[in-house]
Design a protein around this ligand. Sequence first.
Ligand code: PGA
Length: 252
Amino acid sequence: MKKRMIVGNWKMNPITLEEAKRLFKSIKRVAEKLKSVTVVVCPPYIYIPALLNTRSEFQISIGAQDIYFEGQGSFTGEVSALMLKDLGVGYVIIGHSERREMGETDESVAKKVQALFELGMCPILCIGEKIRDDSGSHLEFLKNQIKNSLNKVSKKHIGKLIIAYEPVWAIGAKKAMEPENIYEMSIFIRKVLVDMYGYDEAVSTPVLYGGAVNFRNATEIFSKGQIDGLLVGRESVNSTGFAELLKAVDVS
Ligand code: PGA
């Protein structure tokens, strides 16, 4: 069975290195015992080196929350994929809706995704509509978002792609999307990928769901939503809730 992937997006939390270490240690303790789950934790950049030092590679991976698409140079405040790769980071969240809100565009997303592929790293490409109505315009929106975000990517790189479908209205909300709707959306996303890259590539691309996931709804989202993993925000910085979530979805 393909392993389920759980990605924790810590966002701009916690506020001290001590807390970050404590949280990471508690996740590691649970991750060590999991049989069918790959855990990726994405902390703020500043904690990455310290957390990497306490990690053993097979239990848990560390990802970042963004990159700049250039490798190095005069780009004040930015961090490149090359720098992260050098540290041992393999995954990077790209195009999160909170970054899109700050000015990220499909064009910059496409450059970032390509920069990661060139280094053999895995982008966790976030896509998702802001609104959803009966006319189905969100489907057209999503299709364009996928096409534009991957417009520089050739078939040979696509094996490293991870898609995180996060309807923007569900992020930070009380309630996640209904699992039946998640199922529909995952089929739609795969159909777009089939049209772009062919059947084999599309079915092997992991599609994750994100938005108001917690330890209570995670198993139902897997069973009815038919997705390959979860991108978890708030619950990933709650050590008890995240531990419960990891244990709940670890089915063999
Ligand atoms: P949430 O955030 O789980 O807190 O809704 C998800 C995300 O932003 O990736």
